[in-house]
Design a protein around this ligand. Sequence first.
Ligand code: ZN
Length: 281
Amino acid sequence: MTLNIVDVRPNGEFLALCEKCGDSKGHLSVNPVKKWCYCFKCGFHRPMTREEVRTIANSDISISPRPYCTDRDAIKDSAFPFMRPIWPLPDAIMGRKVAEYAEGRGFDIREAPIYYSPDKPWYMFFVMRGDDGEMVYCQGRAIKEGMTPKYWCPPVRTNDFIWTLQGGPAYNQIVVTEGIIDAYSIQAKNRLILCVLGSHIKSGQMFAIANKVREFEGELIVMLDSDMPEEAWEMGVQIRHRTYAPVVRVVDWGETEGDPDSIAPELRERLIAESILVPDP
Ligand SMILES: [Zn+2]
């Protein structure tokens, strides 16, 4: 069974063509949280298959661009009603695993935004909050070896989503990065971090970045993982051409390998300082 998704609603539900009634408008409401489909036209209903849930979680359905993710209500109200801070740790085995993971990444679990949900045992969740402190997105990672999926994220589209992490009230640097843990590792007082959840900027995200640089006079730096040199350069060129960012630079990893969160802070800062200038369009 393949779902024919035609739209997504602000509450996080998807609309698909009903397979039963020859629907051409998208009357089938698809709720990946409840894993349930329901047709408003003919009343047909059925559970979603596991494959459908997975496909929809990775879907890239485009609707009109918005500056920020506004699916926060869907996430907060339906996806994770029981989300709790992981510190103090809920259980000894999970606690040890989380502590090991955090230690390997160089951050303190008492300060990092790590959560757990009894709904999804054995996942740790990194929570992203908006300027108002509300959760806007979260990203789950399996703690036990061999667990699938390794990452578990709420089924919302990420194509118009950027997440910002601001180090201080005044910043003169914007750093664009891939993931939430990268964002935390790059955090500094003079920086605004933009996390695009991937190595490609989608049009809605570009729109959001353009908004962020509108009155910005510092430098914007792209720092992706070391295995994405071409994507990083392409991203830098795109940003330089499509926003008014005055100075755009791209981190060149050279012979170094890793992610922003897996290298020593001094090296990370040096890579940022020595990033390469993207020429004017
Ligand atoms: Zn129908």
